[in-house]
Design a protein around this ligand. Structure first.
Ligand code: GUN
Ligand code: FE
Length: 430
C-alpha cells in the first residue's frame, strides 16, 4: 500500500547534525509499506512513478504523516489514578499509587486497565512504550497479552519491591526471581515484545534484591533494566539513609551491576556531575518526564547539561504522575521546563526526542523511530486543522518550523486522526 500526504520525520539529533540535516520533509510525499515495513519514502512523483499501477494509494488531504511517538517511561497500572490531588512523590506513592497497584493481582482488572491504556497510547499516536507493571506476575501477563493482540512494540516488566511498601505489594528474593524468570521465558522477544527487569526504585529494594535483578540481566540476553532515579529531594535523602555506604543515588544501582546500554532511568533531575558522567560512560538512558516533574513538584531537568555529558535522553509521560498520554503535550511542557531555566527547546529537537531519540534511548533505532526504508511501519496521521484555533494558527504559519512548534504547543490527542502499527490501521478518529 502507498500513503500520499505531507510527510515529516526525524533523521538525526539537531544538536549533532544541525537542524537542516535533522529531518526530512515532503510537502507532497508518499510512503510505500509492504508487510509492515517501509519500502520507500520521498516525493510522491518519484516514489509512485516506480510503482505498478495496481498499487493501492491512500491519499490524505491536509494531513501530516510522521512516525509513531515513543514513550520511554510510563506506568500502565496508574491509568485510573492519573490526576490524584495534592501530594509530592513519597506521599503520593503511599496515599494513591500503592492502593491502586494493589488491585493488579486480579487478571480481569489488569486486562481491563491494559486495554484502556493501550487504546489511549494509540489514540495519542504512541506506538512504542517502556512500561511498568506492578509487583504481580498477573499484571504483566495480562498486559503483554493485550499488547501482542495489537502487535505493538512494547517493553514491560514485573515490578520488584521487597521492602518499604505495604505487604500486599511486596515480593521476596525467591518470588521475584522465579516470577521474573517465568515472565521472561514467556514474553521476551515474543513477536515485538521485550522484557525489562524492573526494580521500582532503590528505597523499595533490599541490596539482595538488586543482586537478583543483576542475576536476571546476566542470565538472559538483551533484557532491559528500568527504574527510577533521583526524582525528588526527600527520596534522595532516604536513599542516603538506606544505603550509607554508597557514594550517591546512581552508585546504588551501579554497585549492583545495573548500568548498561539497555538501562533506562526515569527522571534523573538532581544528579551530580559524576552521576551524569557515569550514565554517559555506561550508555544508560534517562527518561525526561516533564508533566510528571511539574505535577509532583519534583524539579526541572537540565536537558542540555545531561546531553553535554553525552547521556541518551528519551521522553516519558510517566502516567499516572504524568498528567497525559500525549507526547505532543509532553513536548509542550518540556518546552516550558526549559524556559524556566532560561533555555529553549527547538521543534525539531522535540520531534527527535519524541521519536528517533526515544528509539536510540531504547536501542531500537534499527527498527523504529522514523520512516526510513527498512523500518517498521509505525506511523501517525495528524490533522493540523483539528480545532478552529489550531487551523487559524496554522493558516498564519510561514515555515515548517513554526508549524511544528505550534502543533506541539497546542496539539494533543485531538490532532491524531489515525495510528498505524506495523502497517495496520489500529486507531482512527475519522
Ligand atoms: N518512584 C518510585 N515509584 C514511582 C512511581 O510510581 N512514579 C514516580 N513518578 N516515581 C516513582
Ligand atoms: Fe515513573
Amino acid at each position: 500500500t502507498a500513503y500520499r500526504s505531507a510527510i515529516l520525520h526525524s533523521i538525526g539529533d539537531p544538536d549533532k547534525v544541525g537542524m537542516e540535516n535533522s529531518y526530512e520533509y515532503f510537502a507532497d510525499g508518499a510512503m510505500i509499506i509492504e508487510n509492515g515495513i517501509v519500502q520507500g519514502v520521498g516525493n510522491a512523483d518519484e516514489i509512485l512513478a516506480n510503482e505498478s499501477s495496481d498499487i493501492t494509494v491512500k491519499v490524505y488531504e491536509n494531513k501530516l504523516i510522521t512516525s509513531g511517538f515513543i514513550d520511554t517511561h510510563v506506568h500502565y497500572p496508574q491509568t485510573g489514578m492519573i490526576a490524584s490531588y495534592g501530594e509530592q512523590l513519597l506521599d503520593w506513592l503511599n496515599n494513591y499509587t500503592f492502593p491502586a497497584e494493589g488491585k493488579f493481582d486480579d487478571p480481569e482488572h489488569a486486562t481491563k486497565v491494559a486495554e484502556i491504556f493501550l487504546e489511549e497510547l494509540m489514540s495519542n499516536g504512541t506506538t512504542t512504550a517502556l512500561v511498568f507493571g506492578t509487583v504481580h506476575k498477573a499484571s504483566v501477563d495480562s498486559f503483554f497479552t493485550q499488547a501482542e493482540l495489537r502487535n505493538l512494540r512494547i517493553i514491560c516488566g514485573k515490578v520488584m519491591m521487597d521492602r518499604n511498601a505495604p505487604d500486599f505489594l511486596t515480593d521476596t528474593i525467591e518470588s521475584c526471581y522465579e516470577d521474573s524468570k517465568e515472565l521472561i521465558e514467556r514474553w521476551h522477544h515474543k513477536g515485538r515484545l521485550h522484557y525489562a527487569v524492573t526494580p521500582r526504585f532503590a528505597p523499595t529494594s533490599t541490596p539482595e534484591q538488586l543482586d537478583v535483578a543483576a542475576r536476571l540481566l546476566n542470565e538472559y540476553p538483551d533484557l532491559y533494566m528500568h527504574t527510577h532515579l533521583s526524582e525528588n529531594l526527600k527520596e534522595i535523602e532516604w536513599v542516603k539513609e538506606l544505603f550509607p555506604e554508597r557514594t550517591n543515588y546512581l552508585d546504588v544501582y551501579d554497585h549492583h551491576g545495573l548500568l548498561s546500554e539497555r538501562s533506562v532511568f526515569a527522571h534523573g533531575i538532581h544528579l551530580c556531575d559524576s552521576e551524569c558522567q557515569r550514565l554517559a560512560d555506561t550508555g544508560s538512558a534517562v527518561a525526561f518526564c516533564p508533566t510528571s516533574n511539574l505535577f509532583l513538584g519534583s524539579g526541572l531537568l537540565d536537558l542540555p547539561r545531561l546531553e553535554k555529558f553525552g547521556v541518551n535522553v528519551g521522553m516519558g509521560t510517566d502516567v499516572g504522575a504524568g498528567t497525559c498520554f500525549s507526547l505532543l503535550s509532553t513536548m509542550n511542557e518540556a518546552y516550558k521546563v526549559m524556559q524556566l531555566q532560561g533555555q529553549a527547546l527547538s521543534p525539531f529537537k522535540s520531534l527527535y526526542l519524541a521519536t528517533l531519540g526515544g528509539a536510540n534511548a531504547l536501542r531500537l533505532e534499527d527498527k523504529i523511530g522514523n520512516l526510513a526504508v527498512g523500518k517498521e511501519a509505525d506511523f501517525v496521521v495528524l490533522d493540523l486543522a483539528a480545532t478552529p484555533l489550531l487551523k487559524f494558527r496554522m493558516d498564519n504559519s510561514t515555515s515548517l518550523e513554526e508549524t511544528l512548534f505550534a502543533l506541539m504547543l497546542m496539539g494533543d490527542d485531538r490532532v491524531v486522526c489515525e495510528t498505524y502499527v506495523y502497517g495496520e490501521n489500529r486507531y482512527s478518529s475519522l
